[in-house]
Design a protein around this ligand. Structure first.
Ligand code: 4AD
Ligand code: MG
Length: 467
């Protein structure tokens, strides 16, 4: 075969130098046609769009043609021609075809319209579908948007550890990391596991958040963000929870809760705008395919200021909804940890735009949040989104050594794990704030997918760690 340098399909479809010799490589999506001429839809992952390859059967070897089945990988040399019927303005008239990889007839992606559940069982192949191609391209673009947003504003990307000995959220939902032999566990005199003998000489886990280390960095570099995998061993089988998910956590010295809300709102609008500007084809595909309201919803959050409201005000609204006959699965009262049905009521039905709830009861929030004067609430903020509920959780941090220490004591958090964190409050403490955005929750919003397992390549959930 003649050596012609490869053109990606995304670039080819923008060209108009008809007659040029080109090479394209990709996987067969469909093949149809008559006894004389066949049309192959080829996709190389560079775009949701396929290029149509026109094949005059008489000019090719019959055995080779038999190998061109759905899923096969081809290299095609040909001429770029103006298209009339393919839905694109460009197609390729094939001159030479090489089958780089035949596709066994057990290939499970034969027909269109597989269920999401079925595609999860073949997560190793689902990137070959239009839907997952679109989702994973968008995932890439959102990661770029996030780095760009913070970089442009002078934030430093700070790498926090994945293995940790502290429980940042204090919720105790951590996966242990150990090299101990589970069949022969050494015990101390009082019967506890002898972690002295373990790899790190103490009990270690996968992190639930990079925040605590992020705070160390913010009180030195001024403004940082983390962006990495985090792990939660909570047994939540919901469309919004993963055991392994990615989180973005900015932390900023001298920011109070209002600055923190401003940053969160600007950040998330930037990401949504980015998706509309840079992923238009993929977003439109998902809109037309699954969720006719997607584009409108994305544009919707850009339009208005987010509502800012205290938890206490939020509870009042929910209570009056209940009094007026609105039914919720879970009870509403001051002190309750809101369920996503409550959050979505506020966003979708009451205000009809995103809501930032602040000043939650201290009992339902983490130990590090700044305590309010009332002694009951903390300076927390959750950003609530349509279809999602909580997309961001954050707070102003408790900067006062004594207050933080007493909260740690109240909650019986072991001091031996926390001395380094408390040092920041001892050595030049300062007001500071930050938040965490769940990357997959953002992707749920931007792609309109209904289940969080469908916006991460290889989801980890209870009883599921295949691939
Ligand atoms: O509200 P969370 O637990 O907050 C923290 O971890 C703080 N340390 C953040 C900070 O202030 N730096 O989690 C933050 C976000 C949630 O709002 C949600 O979007 C996402 O992380 N999240 C999950 N996403 C998927 N699966 C799970 N199990 C998640 N748990 C939290
Ligand atoms: Mg939260």
């Amino acid at each position: 075969m003649e050596k012609i340098s490869r053109t990606k399909i995304v670039d080819l479809l923008k060209r108009d130098d008809f007659g040029a010799k080109v090479n394209v490589k990709g996987w067969v999506r469909t093949r149809r046609g008559s006894k004389q001429v066949n049309f192959i839809a080829l996709n190389d992952g560079s775009t949701i769009n396929n290029v149509q390859i026109v094949v005059d059967l008489a000019s090719f070897d019959e055995e080779m043609l038999k190998q061109i089945t759905t899923g096969a990988c081809l290299s095609v040399n040909g001429e770029m021609v103006e298209s009339v019927g393919s839905g694109q303005k460009v197609e390729v008239q094939a001159r030479e075809i090489e089958v780089l990889g035949i596709c066994d007839n057990t290939y499970p992606l034969q027909k269109k319209g597989h269920s999401m559940e079925f595609l999860r069982e073949i997560a190793h192949l689902r990137p070959r579908t239009n839907t997952f191609g679109a989702v994973f391209r968008i995932r890439h673009h959102m990661a770029i948007a996030i780095h760009k947003f913070f970089h442009e504003r002078g934030f430093y990307y700070f790498h926090t550890p994945i293995i940790t000995a502290s429980d940042a959220e204090g919720a105790g939902q951590m996966f242990q990391v150990t090299t101990l032999d589970m069949r022969h566990l050494g015990r101390t005199e009082d019967g506890a596991v002898k972690y002295d003998d373990d790899f790190f000489g103490k009990q270690a886990s996968l992190t639930v958040s990079g925040q605590l280390e992020g705070e160390l960095a913010a009180t030195a570099l001024g403004a940082i963000y983390t962006f990495g995998p985090t792990f939660r061993a909570e047994n939540s089988n919901t469309p919004r929870h993963l055991a392994e998910f990615w989180m973005i956590e900015p932390e900023v010295a001298f920011n109070d809760i209002t600055d923190n809300m401003d940053l969160a709102e600007e950040f998330i609008k930037y990401c949504v705008q980015w998706a509309l500007d840079n992923c238009a084809d993929d977003v439109k595909f998902l809109n037309d395919m699954f969720d006719k309201g997607l584009v409108e919803r994305l544009q919707g959050v850009l339009k208005d200021d987010f509502v800012r409201l205290s938890y206490t005000e939020g509870i009042k609204i929910l209570e009056s909804a209940v009094a007026n006959g609105r039914k919720f699965e879970f009870p509403v009262y001051w002190g309750v940890d809101l369920a996503s049905e409550h959050e979505r009521y506020l966003v979708e039905e009451h205000f009809k735009r995103p809501v930032i709830l602040t000043d939650y009861p201290k009992e339902i929030k983490a130990f590090y949040m700044k305590q309010n004067e009332d002694g009951k609430t903390v300076r927390a903020m959750d950003v609530l989104f349509p279809k999602i509920g909580e997309i961001i959780g954050g707070s102003e941090r408790e900067a006062d050594y004594e207050k933080l220490q007493s909260r740690i004591d109240e909650l019986h958090i072991p001091m031996k794990d926390m001395w380094w964190y408390l040092d920041t409050r001892k050595f030049g403490t300062c007001p500071h704030s930050g938040f965490g955005l769940g990357f997959e929750r953002l992707l749920l919003f931007v792609t309109g997918m209904a289940n969080i397992r469908d916006v991460i390549p290889f989801p980890r959930t209870p009883r599921n760690a295949e691939f």
